[in-house]
Design a protein around this ligand. Structure first.
Ligand code: GUN
Length: 274
């Protein structure tokens, strides 16, 4: 079994991005909107800010209380869209229930949508056209697979989870790489049977769901989940001890997809379109 070392690969990606930023005429300026005080969101945003600053990307975190109204967010994004010094805008998700997240996402200029969540960027991705940005987590996972020379072409890729942030773009990007893709979710019967047929298994659920020993022999297992178990220990969707004895490659939690997501986002943030 080979460990897919996201920490090591992410450091290499970040070194490349740092060098790229050094040579840019116009320096990137990432603006992050953070609403409320969701503890996970605060940690994610801080991690993004720290990573950006290390590689010379200027950041600005714009914080709002959880009762902020939608119009205030849309007005803020409008100003950032018009500000020529701002090259990247992201709104940390989730947003409070009273805000329509789709309205917020589609108000971001596609050329500044470093998350790759705007309908124009998503639509281009689906059509196989070049979007300005690909979503960070699936792009980071593909960077990790590429680093280990794992080519999805012709493989059966099983994606568990259908979120707009990971599952849907992941399945589409694997399809674009000529994988045969099965997307599973909470309504999928016989999940265990499908898991057994995966050459590449990607789990993005947030619960311990891949427990069975029967992952395909020598398969590639990517664990996107990250949460704390009953003992407060950081863990992922995959029962690492059991699954790692049968698969060929596995990404650990922590130290797998998490650092790759940050590196991938920094790669996006280093792209300047305006
Ligand atoms: N919340 C969890 N993951 C993400 C992400 O990739 N981007 C944004 N904006 N919010 C998130």
């Amino acid at each position: 079994m080979i460990l897919l070392d996201g920490k090591k690969v992410s450091e290499r990606v970040l070194d490349d991005v740092k060098e790229r930023v050094e040579h840019l005429d116009k320096k990137p300026f990432l603006n992050v909107i953070l609403v409320g005080n969701n503890p996970a969101s605060i940690i994610y945003v801080n991690n993004k800010r720290k990573a950006a600053e290390k590689i010379g990307i200027r950041t600005n975190i714009i914080e709002f209380p959880c009762d902020v109204d939608e119009k205030t967010l849309l007005d803020t994004i409008d100003e950032l869209n018009k500000d020529n010094s701002v090259t990247g805008i992201m709104v940390q998700l989730p947003l409070p229930e009273h805000i329509n997240k789709n309205n917020v996402i589609k108000s971001i200029l596609p050329q500044k949508d470093v998350d790759g969540f705007h309908p124009e960027n998503v639509g281009k991705m689906v059509l196989g056209l070049e979007p300005y940005f690909y979503p960070a987590t699936p792009q980071g996972i593909l960077m990790l697979l590429d680093e280990y020379k794992i080519n999805p072409e012709g493989k059966h890729a099983v994606v568990i989870g259908r979120s707009n942030i990971v599952g849907k773009p992941m399945s589409q990007m694997l399809l674009n790489r000529n994988a045969t893709v099965t997307v599973c979710h909470s309504y999928t019967p016989n999940l265990d049977e499908i898991i057994k047929t995966a050459d590449i298994l990607i789990s993005a659920v947030g619960k311990k769901i891949v427990r069975c020993k029967m992952v395909k022999k020598n398969s590639v297992v990517i664990d996107v989940g990250i949460f704390r178990d009953a003992n407060g220990k950081l863990t992922g969707d995959v029962d690492f001890d059991i699954v790692s004895s049968s698969c060929g490659f596995i990404s650990p939690v922590p130290g797998g997809v998490g650092p790759m997501t940050i590196a991938s986002l920094m790669y996006n943030a280093s792209k300047v379109y305006c």
